[in-house]
Write a protein that binds this ligand. Structure first.
Ligand code: HEM
Length: 408
């Protein structure tokens, strides 16, 4: 078992053997796994200024987005974060509800014609969340452009993943990557050229008092790509895992169905079990399974010396499955989140100034999609094998989630 081959099991084992701070690697490439909520808080919140995003994975993302919310932690990041934040507050996000409902209904209609063979629910969710993010944030014409962008993404993501996990990434990017990147830029530029009526696009085009654009054209494009990259695969995987977990827990599924039947998305805050099911899935399968930072200056955490230049890892996956904080951590039990405030070591959306800007959007979207799917279809796993998590850029279900669907 090694960090490279099976990082989830490896980190969990090292944590079990050596406790809340584990040194991984040595010499110039020393890294530490911090597996205690206080240490996560130290790095991500209390002393965040000492822990930068100048990491290998951010460097890879920079090839696509340039300096963006996903890669920067300095002044530029703050400027962009403050600029975009209004579009992602709860009340702004709820304006996207009709769009989420309409896109989901369209997918569910299409499922009527797909009932004879197992459906890969993970792929379906990827397609749906991409269409929603594209239209909600940038008014990308879903019919014409979404599939083109979706076809380009694998080339981009594969290069990103290879580079963020390689010690010695090649200097040049692949031709496939360069071509995909150029086409993607053209589509984004076209979408950004018509910002009318869309809050995210409008904010990206904001001007200051002297009527100067706040962002340059390249920054605008970079942030748009960052939001598209960060804003769909994460939620898609969370949903795919939810259907997987529910299919193996019929009692919970029945109780959930009782709760959501005949309800509308306006009633979401009242639907406690629905919210708890989403929260519990994000505990067991946090789409962002690892967060990486680079120590700017020497520091001490839990009596342990953290040398300047070393990498620290915080893994929501490891924290969320730590028996010191969770009773029977491997068990899918949404009731642990009822009442909703018991969250000892829980950070699916990160923490501190870089916590996920899209958390409200992601939660709204996941809850609405889950509710609408359940109201109309029953889903059964089309495989007897358990589905393993694949720790890619996000935590994917390996091989997808094949399911038989039937109308209720
Ligand atoms: C279930 C879905 C999602 C999960 C689990 C998730 C998780 C996270 C986590 C853990 C971070 C912190 C990373 C760090 O500290 O380095 C983060 C940051 C971020 N997320 Fe999400 N995310 C989700 C959905 C979204 C959506 C829908 C959007 C799009 C609006 C989005 C956009 C971002 C951005 C731009 C950042 C960087 C924020 C910053 O540094 O200021 N995420 N996300």
């Amino acid at each position: 078992m090694s960090l490279r081959r099976d990082p989830l099991s490896y980190m969990q084992r090292q944590h079990r053997l050596y406790g809340p701070i584990v040194r991984l690697g040595s010499g110039r490439h020393a890294a530490h796994l911090l597996a205690h909520p206080d240490y996560a808080d130290h790095v991500l919140r209390k002393h965040h200024r000492n822990y930068s995003r100048r990491t290998r994975s951010a460097h890879a993302v920079r090839l696509v987005t340039g300096e963006s919310l996903l890669t920067n932690s300095a002044e530029l990041w703050l400027k962009h974060r403050l600029l975009l934040q209004p579009a992602f507050q709860q009340h702004s996000v709820s304006e996207h509800l009709p769009l989420i409902v309409a896109q989901t209904a369209k997918m569910l209609d299409a499922w009527e014609r797909a009932m004879h063979a197992p459906l890969d629910v993970a792929a379906e969710m990827m397609h749906l969340t991409f269409a929603i993010a594209g239209e909600a944030f940038f008014g990308i014409d879903v019919e014409t452009h979404a599939s083109a962008v979706e076809a380009l993404l694998p080339a981009i993501l594969e290069e990103l993943f290879a580079r963020s996990t390689s010690m010695f990434p090649p200097r040049r990017t692949s031709r496939r990557f360069d071509e995909a990147r150029r086409e993607l830029d053209a589509i984004i530029d076209a979408a950004l050229a018509r910002p009318a009526g869309n809050m995210v696009s409008a904010l990206l085009h904001a001007r200051d008092e002297q009527n100067n654009a706040v962002l340059t054209e390249a920054e605008r494009r970079g942030e748009a790509l960052a939001l598209l990259l960060a804003g769909h695969e994460t939620t898609a995987n969370a949903l795919a895992w939810t259907f997987y977990l529910l299919a193996s827990a019929p009692e919970i599924e029945r109780a959930l169905l009782d709760e959501v039947m005949h309800r509308t998305p306006d009633e979401l805050p009242k639907l406690q079990l629905l919210n708890a099911v989403v929260d519990e899935t994000l505990r067991l399968y946090p789409p962002i399974w690892i967060v990486e930072r680079d120590a700017i200056a020497d520091d001490e955490i839990g009596g342990y010396h953290i040398a300047r230049g070393s990498i620290v890892y915080i893994s929501p996956y490891v924290l969320h499955r730590d028996p010191a904080f969770w009773n029977e951590p491997e068990r899918f039990d949404p009731h642990r989140f009822l009442p909703a405030d018991k969250r000892p070591a829980y950070l699916p959306f990160g923490a501190g100034p870089h916590h996920c800007i899209g958390a409200h959007f992601a939660l709204l979207e996941s809850r609405v999609i889950l509710m609408m799917v359940l109201q109309r279809y029953s889903l059964r796993l089309a495989t007897r094998k358990s589905i393993a998590p694949q720790p890619w850029i996000t935590l994917r279900p390996r091989g997808g989630v094949p399911m038989h669907i039937a109308t209720r």
